[in-house]
Design a protein around this ligand. Structure first.
Ligand SMILES: Cc1cc2nc3c(=O)[nH]c(=O)nc-3n(C[C@H](O)[C@H](O)[C@H](O)COP(=O)(O)OP(=O)(O)OC[C@H]3O[C@@H](n4cnc5c(N)ncnc54)[C@H](O)[C@@H]3O)c2cc1C
Length: 71
């Protein structure tokens, strides 16, 4: 469905002090790069996309089932 507000928002010039950043993957790499970017651009809008139902990648999913505490 046509949405005039979305078209108008896209037409706005990007604000270099408030960049919109997408990070793909919420594993350690994604989380650390998001943290670094947030420090560099405190007013940025950072969105982390994750394909799995829960974040943190192999740090979470790679921990063996018999180590529930660490998980
Ligand atoms: C069994 C095992 C034990 C380990 N033990 C240790 C340990 O004791 N100490 C240690 O330091 N390291 C350990 N590691 C290594 C550590 O887990 C990895 O080095 C670390 O997780 C790598 O981080 P990463 O962010 O690069 O990748 P990952 O952890 O793999 O994270 C990538 C994330 O991106 C998501 N993703 C990928 N593609 C897409 C997409 N197209 N769209 C959305 N999301 C996407 C994935 O679902 C995942 O959540 C272990 C690894 C394994 C497998």
């Amino acid at each position: 469905m046509y949405d005039a507000t979305l078209v108008a928002a896209r037409a706005l010039p990007p604000d270099p002090l408030r960049p919109a950043i997408a990070v793909v993957g919420s594993g350690p790499s994604g989380c650390y790069v998001a943290q670094f970017l947030a420090k560099q651009w405190p007013h940025s809008e950072i969105t982390i996309f994750e394909s799995l139902p829960a974040p943190y990648g192999l740090i979470r999913y790679g921990v063996a089932a018999d180590h529930q505490g660490a998980k």
